[in-house]
Design a protein around this ligand. Structure first.
Ligand code: NI
Length: 170
């Protein structure tokens, strides 16, 4: 169990393009465990490795159970994820563990297909919609140095809140 410090703010370290993982070894498993510990300690829904200062293409997402959609309370640990397909458009509220105190209304694809490797290197395809699709797009953006505020053109769609109000940071 290792909770790491989450980098915050619009800082150069969060703007780097993360590198592909090529070696699926014990240190990758340790990184993923640290990411899960850190995400859960911060009550987040998702985290990219760069948010704890590691510029590798690794994301974790843990969804709360949602009875309205087919998305179960499921854990995703994806390595080298790429969006293979995007469909539709949906504007929704987003927060980020690296931008505490800010939420915004962000337009994202309504559904996506993500291709990625598991922590053991096996290729998988994941289809997602709603909040899970949003979380995948947000985390993959992190791997490319993109923050959700970059995707908001209208400044009125950025809101400043008490940190404690932020329930769904990704
Ligand atoms: Ni984020």
């Amino acid at each position: 169990m290792a909770v790491r410090r989450i980098l915050t703010g619009d800082i150069p370290k969060l703007r780097v393009k993360s590198k592909k993982v090529r070696v699926f070894d014990k240190s990758l498993k340790k990184l993923i465990q640290d990411m899960l510990d850190t995400m859960r300690a911060a009550n987040g829904l998702g985290l990219a490795a760069i948010q704890i200062g590691v510029p590798l293409r690794v994301i974790v997402i843990e969804m709360p159970p949602d009875e309205e959609t087919s998305n179960k309370g499921k854990l995703y640990t994806l390595v080298n994820p790429e969006i293979a397909k995007m469909e539709g458009e949906e504007e929704g509220e987003e927060g980020c563990l690296s931008l505490p105190g800010i939420i915004g209304e962000v337009k994202r694809a309504a559904s996506v297909v993500v291709e990625a490797q598991t922590p053991n290197g096996k290729w998988v395809r994941v289809r997602a919609e709603g909040l899970l699709a949003r979380a995948f797009q947000h985390e993959i953006d992190h791997l490319n140095g993109i923050l959700f505020i970059d995707r908001i053109e209208d400044p009125h769609k950025i809101h400043y809140i008490e940190q404690t109000e932020l329930a769904q940071a990704i």
